[in-house]
Design a protein around this ligand. Structure first.
Ligand code: ATP
Length: 503
């Protein structure tokens, strides 16, 4: 298939807000593509080359760009082969070879194709928000229901492989996807609960009421001596967290997959700030800060997959394998005991509580009602769309943030407000240094950013707005912290913001 056809569909998908129209355009393309090219097309339209990140910067690409070709000739298979060569080029002279490959590729591309390739290779197409639409499109192209496609994607974390299986072998091949120890699955997520009372009324008596710790999510896989640890976005961090690896290696089992939260504690046992925990996930991690795990789920134990088992059984498995590392939890508490649990979580410096249905299976990658998070304040994770230069004491610093909510249908984030409240001097300095690295455009007052940074905002509520395109604006928003553990695809949606409108 010609690249020009893919670019055309990519534009069409970007130009419409209708989820149905997006799904149809994608499904038609996937159904039409050569079997050998399905994986690449699905990967590209989800925002990433099949080879993953190619490590090619925007400057290199712009330098490699020449006069566009008049007519489209590039094929999907040809480009995919070039990208494989590009990522495989290493050693002496590799920089020059990479430059030549890119120059040949871009030289053969039309103007629109050049734009597309540059956005693909710089990661700008990676919105991830298209994942939901893409899952539906794959099901439609294969003529099968969407649920088995979704499940296979959640278990494999890979849309291209899911698409190939769906088109090759339909539901039969998709149901062969299993939890594989060593390969991370997308974590189950929670919905914001209105209040503890509302969550208990909604979920009934069969609940686990757990501390919601303010750390970072980890997913731990162990097969005999082989331990792997992943973040919320499925990034492997095994090498940065030796103390967790050792602890998991010593658990009394042969194979296990655990879900939990990790954080560093102060000498008096209170949680250290989230940023300090996150700093341990980086390449140059501060080893003197010890991380502790607090597990809250067990997805596999000694050859048994537990994803489809009710939470109660999964917690029993967790109790068998790691009772000393469980997150504080009460099973089927009275309303008073649940309220006391909430109070003590806050008193001990934690974020709030989680109320979980004991009868629910592990819905990988889904944000459902069977896990509800209760915090004393409303918070939203929003995408930073830009920042205005400050004035007065903040002259020379990028300050007032433009905040956007995710479009669940894969469009650009939708602006819902601005704030400079809560920004410490340290954050102002960091923003001023960091934002230009994400710059999309600028004018006299504002630096506009690619949708890449996620910030957690505390707010008093939201109100109807005629000024903002989503019809809703934040009230009294203030910055709590940046969320380097989240991508724009993990930000809260415009629907989540609207759900806070007074009823
Ligand atoms: N007992 C717990 N059970 C589940 N998740 C917990 C628990 N304690 C802390 N967490 C953390 O809270 C998160 C649950 O909220 P949610 O599923 O909405 O994820 P999130 O989008 O990362 O939310 P948040 O921004 O509130 O951390 C988990 O991702 C996990 O990191």
């Amino acid at each position: 298939m010609l690249l020009s056809k893919v670019v055309e569909v990519s534009h069409a998908v970007g130009a419409t807000r209708s989820r149905k129209a997006k799904t149809e355009a994608l499904a038609e393309l996937i159904a039409a593509v050569e079997p050998a090219e399905v994986a690449a097309v699905v990967a590209w339209l989800s925002g990433e080359p099949l080879q993953g990140r190619t490590g090619t910067g925007w400057r290199t690409l712009v330098a490699a760009r020449s006069t566009p070709a008049a007519d489209p000739t590039l094929t999907v298979a040809g480009i995919d082969a070039t990208l494989t060569e590009l990522v495989g080029t290493s050693g002496s002279g590799s920089a020059g070879r990479r430059r030549d490959l890119l120059a040949d590729l871009l030289g053969a591309a039309t103007h629109d194709e050049q734009e597309f390739l540059i956005r693909l290779l710089t990661g700008e197409l990676r919105q991830g928000a298209l994942e939901g639409v893409m899952t539906e499109a794959i099901a439609k192209a294969a003529g099968i229901p969407v649920d088995p496609v979704r499940r296979a994607f959640m278990l494999s974390g890979r849309l291209p492989a899911t698409a190939v299986a769906a088109l090759d072998g339909g539901v039969d091949l998709l149901t062969a996807f299993r939890l594989e120890v060593g390969r991370p699955i997308r974590p189950m997520l929670a919905s914001p609960g209105e209040s503890l009372e509302a969550a208990l009324a909604d979920l009934g008596r069969d609940v686990s009421v757990e501390y919601k710790l303010d750390g970072a999510r980890i997913q731990v896989h162990r097969n005999c001596d082989d331990v792997h640890i992943f973040t919320r976005t499925l990034r492997e961090i095994t090498g940065s967290v030796p103390e967790l690896v050792q602890l998991v290696a010593e658990l009394p089992c042969t194979s296990v997959v655990l879900d939990g939260e990790t954080l560093a504690l102060t000498d008096s046992g209170r949680p250290r700030p989230f940023q300090e925990t996150m700093s341990r996930f980086g390449a140059e991690s501060e080893r003197d800060l010890l991380l502790h795990p607090y597990f809250f789920d067990c997805l596999h134990l000694d050859g048994h997959d537990l994803l489809d088992s009710p939470l109660e059984e999964r917690l029993a498995a967790l109790d068998r394998v790691a009772p000393q590392h469980r997150i504080p939890a009460l099973l089927r508490p009275s309303a008073d005991d649940a309220a006391a649990q909430f109070d003590s979580a806050l008193a001990e410096g934690h974020e709030g509580i989680m109320v979980k249905s004991l009868t629910s299976p592990y819905a990988a990658g889904r944000r459902g009602k069977s896990w509800q998070k209760i915090k004393p304040e409303h918070t939203l994770d929003l995408v930073v769309l830009g920042a205005e230069w400050g004035y007065g004491r903040r002259t020379g610093y990028l300050s007032n943030l433009h905040l956007g909510a995710r479009d669940p249908d894969g469009g650009d984030p939708i602006m819902v407000g601005k704030t400079f409240k809560g920004l410490t001097d340290k954050l102002l300095e960091w923003q001023t240094a960091e934002f230009p690295l994400h710059e999309r455009d600028r004018d006299e007052h504002t630096v506009y950013l690619k949708p890449e940074l996620v910030v957690e905002i505390e707010l008093d509520g939201v109100q109807v707005s005629t000024r903002y395109p989503g019809g809703v604006a934040l009230r009294f928003a203030r910055v709590l912290r940046y969320r380097p553990d989240k991508d724009a695809a993990d930000a809260d949606t415009i629907d989540a913001v609207r759900a806070l409108l007074p009823k």
